[in-house]
Design a protein around this ligand. Structure first.
Ligand code: C2E
Ligand code: MG
Ligand code: MG
Ligand code: MG
Length: 290
């Protein structure tokens, strides 16, 4: 009967869902325009080598400079960019911006490796490698100045192809990082197969390390595992001197986090580095037993 049919048609046409869909569509076309107009910013967060206390590089983190909404964090548009294919032009903008920065800094004698984030979809893009070659040639990027970060799960989408891409990138002289390690679902066998130089321990473990025995245990065994595999360990999300001391005692190689500096506009980084004083590594209060 009529009422029943109407009921069914309501299930098929859900106004709330279609509203959400059209909102996403309009945000997507706004994002497309933002990428075309370069209404994006690359923030940089420095990374420090524990042994020397020196700034050894920075991670590039994108923000969307929105006329009405101000600076929009990546958590609010990266997944949309992935679902709409906009991640491709966005990533190209990010890589070119990093290379351009280093091009300018190289002439001032202060170039610094910049690590940029790739998403799963980038790894499935057959033109990625060629695009990166082109951009590096255009900006005559010195060896090692461009670094790339990938998450474990992005590799697991299509491991065979992704591993091939990673090997090619590595052969181009691009140091690679596994990002957010510990949150994905890759097996240790894949970790061993990945041609990566650095492994970044996810900040959820790092931040709870001082209050949770389990997290401290995970951080310690991850650092040991990373070293046994012949790679370097990076801790992200380091917020306190206590975290720094604990990580230094565990032999962590590199540290990134608010304790060193928050991500900053790229033009502020040279002055920040010039005034930077490395933290003094205190001896741990008590032997760390986890
Ligand atoms: P990520 O690559 O794991 O980057 C680290 C995130 O943690 C950054 O957030 C950074 O600001 C934040 N962070 C760093 N140190 C600390 C700390 O001590 N405490 C706390 N509470 N947070 C800290 P952000 O900039 O909001 O970026 C979030 C995520 O968005 C990134 O996580 C990355 O997955 C993604 N992302 C950022 N830029 C890009 C990009 O250009 N391309 C792609 N594909 N993804 C990006
Ligand atoms: Mg990252
Ligand atoms: Mg991370
Ligand atoms: Mg992340």
């Amino acid at each position: 009967n009529q009422a029943k049919r109407q009921g069914i048609s309501h299930v098929i046409f859900d106004p709330a869902q279609s509203q959400e869909q059209s909102r996403r569509l309009s945000v997507a076309s706004e994002l497309r325009r933002a990428i075309e107009n370069g209404d994006l910013l690359l923030y940089l967060q420095p990374k420090v080598e524990v042994a020397s206390g020196k700034v050894c590089g920075a991670e590039g983190l994108v923000r969307w400079k929105h006329a009405e909404r101000g600076l929009i964090p990546p958590s609010e548009f990266i997944s949309l960019a992935e679902h709409t294919g906009l991640i491709k032009p966005l990533t190209e903008w990010v890589i070119e911006t990093g290379l351009r920065l280093n091009h300018a800094w190289q002439r001032q004698g202060c170039a610094l490796p910049i690590a940029l984030n790739l998403s799963a979809r980038n790894l499935r893009d057959e033109n990625l490698l060629e695009k990166i070659r082109q951009l590096r040639a255009t900006w005559s990027a010195g060896a090692g100045l461009l670094e790339l970060e990938i998450t474990e799960s992005s590799v697991m989408d299509d491991p065979e192809f992704a591993l091939q891409v990673l090997h090619s990138l590595r052969n181009e002289g691009i140091p690679l990082y596994v990002d957010d390690f510990g949150t994905g679902y890759s097996s240790l066998a894949y970790l061993q197969k990945m041609p990566v130089d650095y492994i970044k321990i996810d900040q959820s473990f790092v931040r709870s390390m001082s209050t949770s025995k389990d997290s401290a245990l995970i951080v310690r065994s991850t650092i040991d595992l990373v070293h046994d595999l012949g790679r370097k360990a990076v801790a992200e999300g380091v917020e306190t001197q206590g975290d720094w001391d604990q990580l230094a005692a565990l032999g962590c190689d590199f540290i990134q986090g608010y304790f060193i500096a928050k991500p900053m506009p790229s033009q502020d980084l040279p002055a920040w580095i010039a005034q930077y004083q490395p933290p003094i590594t205190g001896l741990p209060q008590s032997p760390i037993r986890v």
